[in-house]
Design a protein around this ligand. Sequence first.
Ligand code: GLN
Length: 260
Amino acid sequence: MKKTALLLLASLFALGTAFADEEAAAPAAAEPAAPAAVRMITEATFPPYEFRQGTDVVGIDVEICKAIAAALGKELSIEDVEFDSVLPSLIAGKAELAAAGITVTEDRKMKVDFSVPYVRTGIVVVYAKDAPCEDGAAAAGKRIGVQNGTTSADYVREQLGQEPEMFDSPASAFAALKQGKVDLVIADIDPAKNLIKGEPDYDISDFLTVEEYAIAIKKGQPELLAVVNRVIEGLQDSGKLDEIVDEWTAKADALQSAGE
Ligand code: GLN
C-alpha cells in the first residue's frame, strides 16, 4: 500500500515536471512577433495634418510617419480615434507613433516622449466678420467652442477662466458657430484657415499662443526616438517637409472648397 502511494506520488511528480518543462518552453514559442507595420494613432479631423480623403487618412503627419516607417523598414498602418484618446492609446501600447498636430506641453511631456518639433504654430479665434474678435481679451465671457482635449480648451480654462463648449472636431465647433450656438471658435491656425476657405463671412484672429507640434512615442524608447528625430531633421534639412506642407495644405483646401 505504502509502495503504491509512493509510486503514484512519483509519477504525479514526473507529470508535474513535464508540464513545468512545457511551460518553461512556451513563452519563447508564443512570443508575439514584432508588429509587421509601424502603427500611427491619430485623429483625422485636423486638415492639413490629418484628414479623410474618401476612406483614406492623409495629410502632413501621415507623410512624416510614412517616412519614419520606411526608415524602420516597415509599412505604416493608421488608426483614427478621438483626439483625447490619442495619447492614452499610445501609452496603452496600441501604436508606436502618435501624430495628430499634437502640441508639446509640460503636462504631456510627463506622460510621453516627444520628438524634435516639426512645426511652429498656435491657436486663433475664428469669428463672424460682423462680430470680430481679435484677441483673447475680446473673447472672454463669450460662448467659445473648442475641440475636446486640445490646447484651445486649456486656453479657455486657464487664460480666460471659463468653461469652453466641447466638440469632437474643429469642423463641428465651426458648424455650431454658423448656427449661432456658440459666439466664437478657438482652434489651431491651420485647421481654422481651412474651415474659413470659401466662407466669406468668417475670419480668424492673430495668434493667441505660440505652440510646437511633435510626434509622441511611449516613454523609454531612446532608439525609436533617435530614428524619429533623424527622419524629421532629414525632411527639414532637405526641404522635403516644406514641400509636404505645401502639397497637403493645397489638397485640404481644395477638398474644403469643394464642400466635402
Ligand atoms: N494642437 C492642439 C493640441 O495639441 C490640437 C490638436 C488637434 O486637435 N488635433 O491640443
